[in-house]
Design a protein around this ligand. Sequence first.
Ligand code: DGL
Length: 267
Amino acid sequence: MKKAIGIFDSGVGGLTVYKAIRNAFPSEDLIYFGDTARVPYGPKSPNTIIEYSLQNARFLLQQGIKILIVACNTSSAVALPAMQTITDIPIIGVIEPGAEQAAKTTKNKRIGIIGTEGTINSEAYPNAIKKLIPEAVIFSVACPLFVPLVEEGWQDHLVTELVVKEYLTNLKMQAIDTLVLGCTHYPLLSKAIQQIMGSEVTLVDSAMAITEYLARYIGSESDKQQGSSTFYVSDNEEKFTQIAERILNDNIKKLIRVRLYESWFQN
Ligand code: DGL
């Protein structure tokens, strides 16, 4: 039987990653899990993020997937090694693909990273970039208000412009030429971010970077049949559907609410 690619995120934001994968690999079956009962992960402690990520990974592994994509930057930054201990299938987080893309993009080796507090505090992006360019100069900024602004649908809103300006004005003065959007939601604010940073700064979207990376594992498409898409959430189906349809510009056809089954908590 054809096995699916499993994708999880703390909520709806990972749909930016789902969308990029769906477009790049139309014949693949995709299973998406959004942990809408426990979002946001960004402000939580590393131990909690690891615990939740392991539970989410186990849930998807129980669906018989062939590859696990960790769309959530915070989980990717903090919990990847822990998840790798529970399975032999490939687990791909967004950090390495994003770091590779940033390293390929920068010319002056001055790179900005923006993300949740969890992602920024972990220093996962700077560590991954420094492996590729040891002399890179990296500036990291946590932008915790970006996630709620996107969830509110305020991509094109004066308040968003002001918040983006507040967070990024100092970063703009650091003469970076590349900025990693290190959070699932931030690609949805790229217009406002680009406006503040100016056209000389290239934005790196880890959702796009991960599809290139994924191609190394699944190769080029041969199956012509359209793959299926199944969505699971741990709470709030209606809100998920509403935001998801806005992000995807498409209808969500198969959405299932799952409860926090005991099996999630097995070691
Ligand atoms: N998915 C998270 C990330 O990419 C953002 C939302 C959250 O804080 O849970 O880091």
